[in-house]
Design a protein around this ligand. Structure first.
Ligand SMILES: NC(=O)c1ccc[n+]([C@@H]2O[C@H](COP(=O)([O-])OP(=O)(O)OC[C@H]3O[C@@H](n4cnc5c(N)ncnc54)[C@H](OP(=O)(O)O)[C@@H]3O)[C@@H](O)[C@H]2O)c1
Length: 353
């Protein structure tokens, strides 16, 4: 009897939620499908982090005189990436929205006893293409070489929002802005790389790419927007870009290699607003990776000598793993690359202007 009453209440609540959401049934079904897929991918990734925890490590070595750009990084995983870059005596150019907060970081790191490396904070909103152009211009005025470009800034889920340029915010932040930044800074990366030690571009992607599809007909996913689908699309786009660009650079014999990284399932603000954090706020702190452990594979992709000459790869817990079958399609990689160049009016990718 109690069971029947319980089921009836759940069904009634579900019906009320459906009616109140005013979303078409098709969208609601697709949303439910994505929820299931994310639960599956997320649980698998957490298990993977536990099983592979022994491999998720790197020994830092000094890289004095080298320059790194990181997008975001005043909090979350990026903050720990910056800590390790400083320990390696690298000059870190932080592209972030809150310059004051970025500038405070150096003092905090010095107070923590890190005396090596330096920080240069430059304003950047990666989701706004003019801001990306201004950032790259300032970087070029100040530096002639960049050794590492870490495309880290990201957002996940949230409501449908269009940026100033008219792009869905996850697509714009996670993929499009970083594509443009890579195009604009490639000459500096090429100038820094040598045959023995190539420069590296590291795209912080996600295991969520597995659920991705590139919706060329409606790249904003405006019609029947599903936040999970848009996030997965943006993360898949980063992987397709990684593989295609690395191939182009190899053909060109440029001394730059490109990697994609899944940092793990990491306890950061990225999960704020998700059902998981709302309903079970303790779970992330209990079973997710710490931001420090999430930063390790990103640093590995930047600095590990074992990856020299092994661009185009996807790094998880400091191991090279396979990506989804769909991302291996050269046709799709090329289609997205050309499509993105068109969106951004880029005629010669990597020319820097
Ligand atoms: N956490 C995970 O489990 C997980 C798993 C897979 C992949 N990732 C990826 O890892 C990366 C870092 O995520 P996180 O977990 O560290 O998230 P986080 O704690 O929420 O930090 C996100 C960072 O991105 C910056 N950012 C967001 N939008 C920006 C914009 N428009 N312009 C400039 N910076 C912006 C934020 O800066 P503000 O302070 O200005 O907002 C912040 O520094 C993301 O690409 C994410 O997709 C994370």
């Amino acid at each position: 009897m109690i069971f029947l009453v319980g089921c009836t209440i759940i069904i009634l609540l579900t019906v009320v939620a459906i009616v109140r959401s005013k979303k078409p049934l098709k969208t609601l079904c697709k949303e439910a499908k994505y929820d299931l897929v994310y639960n599956y991918i997320g649980s698998r990734a957490i298990l993977q982090d536990i099983i592979m925890r022994g491999s998720n490590k790197i020994e830092l070595s000094l890289k004095s005189g080298k320059n790194a750009i990181i997008t975001g990084g005043t909090r979350g995983i990026g903050l720990e990436v910056i800590r390790m870059l400083l320990k390696s005596d690298i000059n870190v150019i932080i592209g972030c929205r809150n310059v004051k907060q970025g500038e405070l970081l150096l003092q905090n790191f010095r107070n923590d006893g890190i005396k090596s490396g330096n920080i240069d904070v430059i304003n950047l909103d990666i989701s706004v293409m003019d801001s990306v152009r201004n950032f790259a211009k300032t970087v070029k005025e100040k530096y002639s070489t960049i050794n590492y470009l870490i495309n880290n800034a990201g957002i996940m889920f949230g409501p449908y929002i269009e940026t100033r340029d008219g792009y869905e915010s996850q697509f714009s932040t996670n993929y499009l802005g970083h594509f443009l930044l890579t195009h604009l800074t490639l000459p500096l990366l090429k100038a820094a790389g040598t045959k023995e030690e190539k420069s590296r571009i590291v795209n912080v992607s996600s295991c969520a790419h597995i659920a991705g599809e590139i919706n060329f007909d409606d790249i904003n996913n405006r019609h029947g927007y599903i936040a999970g689908a848009a996030y997965a699309q943006s993360k898949m786009a980063q992987i397709l870009f990684t593989k295609y660009l690395d191939k182009l650079l190899q053909i060109e014999e440029a001394n730059v290699q490109v990697h994609a990284v899944h940092p793990g399932i990491v306890n950061t603000d990225l999960f704020n607003g998700t059902n998981l954090k709302k309903c079970m706020p303790l779970i992330p702190s209990l079973i997710f990776k710490s931001p420090l452990k999430g930063a390790v594979p990103i640093i590995y992709a930047c600095l590990s000598p074992y990856l020299e000459g092994k661009g185009g790869t996807y790094i998880v817990n400091c191991k090279v793993l396979a990506t989804s079958n769909a991302t291996d399609s050269e046709v799709l990689q090329e289609e997205l690359f050309n499509f993105t160049n068109k969106l951004l009016n880029i005629t010669a990718f990597g020319s820097g202007d």
